[in-house]
Write a protein that binds this ligand. Structure first.
Ligand code: ADP
Length: 766
């Protein structure tokens, strides 16, 4: 039996190489299974294919090293393993390109295809008939050029070399050219995996069984790394790991050397001489082992003891961050104190913690309020003088300990009350809280747990914490100001509403007063008129004799009538104000309404030599309303027109029907009273409809029902408006302005709603 394979050790008839192969096949299988789970992206599929080929290769090895099976089969397995190995680097391109984030170029595909073809052809070489003899003697065969097996093997090695060089070269090139550290780190992992695989495969080409076996293991390791890479994006920094390893190794060798050197020195002192070999080397090794033990066991122990016995905040940045996060959204100082000291207690183990808040006092000095975070606080606030050395130190941002306040020379001048109050807080350390150089308060911390005093590092850390607190306190102040402002606004609003209610009441009272007063006035008036009439009748015959009595009686009557008119107007307006005007509607023809309003005024118009034009009133719809009231309103408008138009002027009355399109959906009748009078200032055009409003100075007031500019009590237009609005109508005036010389005139418009009636109820039909 010719043994052509490198001799693998055999245990109980089974070659160790086969056992190792089987184990590695299992590992490849596991890797493959793990990789095939979950979504299969481009690189994962590439790695999976590559892994599958690796598994096959390892399996073929397992057969090839098995002594008990026919040689041809073994050789074929061997030959196929060689075929696969020469193709594996090309298959690696399948994962390398996606790993670099690029699609596999067409040229690479062609290259891969060609390599596979060549490898396949080459793999058939050893089976040619003329080399069949050499088949069994393959291993022993002299390696001379021209041997087909050797040639076949050589070509395959060459193929493998090319594939590997291209793959590794690509990874290396990408590694060198990327500027992004995290990408570079990933490439470093890829490169490491690639190098391990290459090393493993390189060893598998050698003719030594132990090297080959080592190559398998190394290759499997590299494959595992690549597989992990294709799955994970978060990778620890290889550079950092490398540097840490370097630092460790360096200090280990240094310490080992020092210990070894020391021991050697001692030995020399004891014995006078030292052989480098073996005693020197032995001492050096002892030193290295000692140093390794110190570093791997001693150092962590040291750290642990240090943490136990000298507690310090492990990660100050994390503490400040946690602190800021916990308090940043709070809007209440009490909560801030509680949450802040809960965090600080965790870090420092303190039992007493207060938040002092300072506020300037109106009479000078500063008041300090203690808000409890942990433990207890005095109920009384503390008071500090403006020139207190303690306050000044805080204002300048210096943390103070209670010890410094008690014994420091600089603070001896502080008032006894200040010192007593601070002592009553039972705290150890005060860290000022400042915002823009303004002292807002202090963090007052009790003694820290375990050890007696705060270290300088602790104080620095607490100063950062205080800065975070300052921002939050400032926020709270702003919000409180805003809240106060809001409350004040609400109070003002309430005041305003109260005033409005009071005014309303007063207005009602006034209306009541007018109502009562006019009632009270009406009765005696009626009596005066009655008696005047009686007197006139009684005096009957004597009247003619002399006109004096007649004049007196006329005057008495006129005054009484005018007074009655005014009292009636006041009564009307009070009813309108109280929305208690009674309306008794009937169908009304507009011409009738106008005639009834105008008729009693004809005498006055004649007296004032004015022209009254009533334009033809045709085709007007019938309206429904209280005839008496509407006549009263319209008459007043016409009366005003007479009053405010100079003698000889013209008053025109016209009416028209307003279609719904013009009046927002409802039909109206418009009555317009136009005069050539003094006009009304645009500013007054709305106000004249308010009760008691009159245009111009009150001193120029002259009474008269129709005489030029003879004004009344300023109730006529408000009453007219009240009546018209009670009918669902509108009244307004248009005038270019007030001018007594040019007399631009005014036009009063009245709109009264037309409420739909049966067809044909038109003027003249009813
Ligand atoms: P009064 O009872 O005093 O007449 P009104 O309410 O009728 O009060 O009118 C208020 C004021 O409106 C009048 O004093 C007058 O100044 C002005 N006014 C009313 N009608 C006219 C008009 N046609 N032309 C000019 N001014 C007018």
């Amino acid at each position: 039996m010719v043994n052509w394979s490198p001799p693998f050790p055999v245990i109980g008839g089974i070659p160790l190489g086969a056992i190792l192969s089987a184990g590695l096949v299992g590992i490849y299988g596991l890797l493959l299974g793990w990789r095939l789970r979950g979504p299969s992206t481009g690189p994962i599929a590439g790695v999976a294919l590559y892994g599958g080929l690796g598994l096959l290769w390892q399996g073929l090895w397992g057969i090839a090293v098995w002594e008990g099976i026919p040689h041809l089969m073994r050789f074929t397995a061997w030959n196929l393993a060689g075929l696969l190995l020469s193709c594996l680097p090309f298959a690696a391109w399948l994962w390398i390109w996606p790993f670099l984030g690029r699609p596999l170029p067409g040229s690479a595909m062609v290259g891969m295809g060609m390599a596979a073809g060549i490898a396949l052809i080459v793999a058939t070489l050893p089976y040619r008939p003329e080399t069949a003899k050499g088949l069994l003697a393959w291993w022993q065969a002299a390696r001379w050029p021209g041997d087909p097996i050797l040639a076949s093997w050589g070509i395959r090695e060459g193929l493998w070399g090319v594939g590997t060089a291209v793959g590794l070269g690509g990874l290396g090139w990408a590694y060198r050219h990327t500027t992004r550290p995290l990408h570079r780190n990933r490439l470093a992992y890829g490169l490491l995996g690639g190098l391990l695989i290459t090393l493993g495969e390189g060893l598998a080409w050698t003719p030594r069984a132990d090297w080959i076996a080592l190559g398998w293991v190394i290759r499997a390791g590299g494959m595992g790394l690549v597989g992990a890479l294709s799955r994970r994006s978060e990778l620890p920094s290889l550079q950092r790991i490398g540097r840490r390893l370097l630092v460790f190794t360096f200090s280990w060798i240094l310490q080992g050397g020092l210990i070894g050197g020391g021991l050697a020195g001692l030995r020399v002192l004891q014995e006078g001489r030292l052989e480098f070999i073996p005693a020197g080397v032995e001492l050096l090794l002892t030193g290295l082992v000692g140093a390794w033990m110190t570093m791997v066991i001693g150092w962590p122990l040291h750290q642990w003891l240090r943490r136990r016995l000298m507690p310090s905040v492990e990660d100050p940045a994390a503490l400040v961050r946690r602190y800021a996060q916990s308090i940043s959204n709070l809007l209440d100082v009490q909560r801030v104190a509680q949450v802040a000291f809960a965090v600080l207690q965790e870090a420092f183990g303190l039992r007493q913690g207060l938040l002092l808040l300072f506020e300037d006092q109106p009479g000078g000095g500063v008041e300090a309020r203690a808000i409890v975070g942990l433990g207890e606080a005095p109920s009384e606030p503390g008071r500090f003088a403006l020139d207190s050395p303690i306050l000044r130190a805080w204002q300048e941002g210096h943390p103070l300990t209670q010890y410094q306040i008690d014994f420091g020379a600089a603070f001896q001048s502080a008032s006894p009350e200040e010192r007593r109050w601070l002592q009553s807080l039972g705290v150890e350390l005060f860290i000022p809280i400042r915002s823009q150089a303004l002292l807002l308060g202090c963090l007052a911390l009790g003694a820290r747990g375990g050890v007696a005093a705060y270290s300088p590092a602790d104080v620095d850390l607490l100063a950062s914490v205080a800065e975070q607190t300052a921002a939050v306190l400032q926020n709270i102040r702003l919000v409180e100001d805003l809240r106060r402002l809001n409350v004040r606004l609400a109070e003002l609003n309430e005041d305003l509403a109260r005033t409005a209610r009071r005014l309303e009441k007063l207005d009602r009272a006034k209306t009541h007063f007018i109502e009562i007063a006019s009632h009270e006035l009406r009765t005696p008036l009626t009596h005066i008129r009655g008696y005047a009439d009686l007197l006139a009748e009684t005096l009957g015959e004597q009247r003619e004799a002399d006109g004096t009595m007649e004049r007196i009686l006329q005057g008495l009557r006129r005054s009484a009538l005018r007074l009655e008119e005014i009292v009636s107007a006041m009564l009307d307006i009070s009813q309108i104000d109280a929305e208690a005007l009674s309306i008794y509607p009937i169908s009304i023809q507009i011409p009738t309404l106008i005639r009834m309003a105008v008729e009693p005024l004809e005498g006055a118009i004649a007296e004032r030599r004015q022209n009254l034009i009533i334009e033809p009133l045709e085709d007007l719809p019938v309206i429904h309303g209280d005839l008496t009231r509407l006549v009263q309103a319209l008459r007043h408008i016409v009366q005003n027109a007479i009053k405010f138009t100079p003698d000889g002027g013209t008053i025109t009355i016209r009416a028209r029907s307003v279609p719904p399109e013009e009046a927002g959906g409802s039909a109206y009748v418009e009555i317009a009273v136009q005069d050539t009078g003094i006009g009304i200032d645009p500013e007054d055009q709305v106000l004249i409809f308010e009760k008691f409003y009159r245009v111009g100075p009150i001193e120029l007031h002259s009474t008269g029902s129709v005489k030029f500019k003879g004004a009344g009590p300023g109730l006529g237009l408000p009453i007219a408006r009240g009546i018209i609005e009670a009918h669902g109508g509108r009244i307004w005036v248009e005038s270019p302005g007030y001018d007594e010389t040019r007399c631009p005139g005014s036009t009063f418009y009245i709109w009264l709603p037309v409420i739909s009636r049966p067809e044909g109820s038109r003027v003249g039909e009813e």
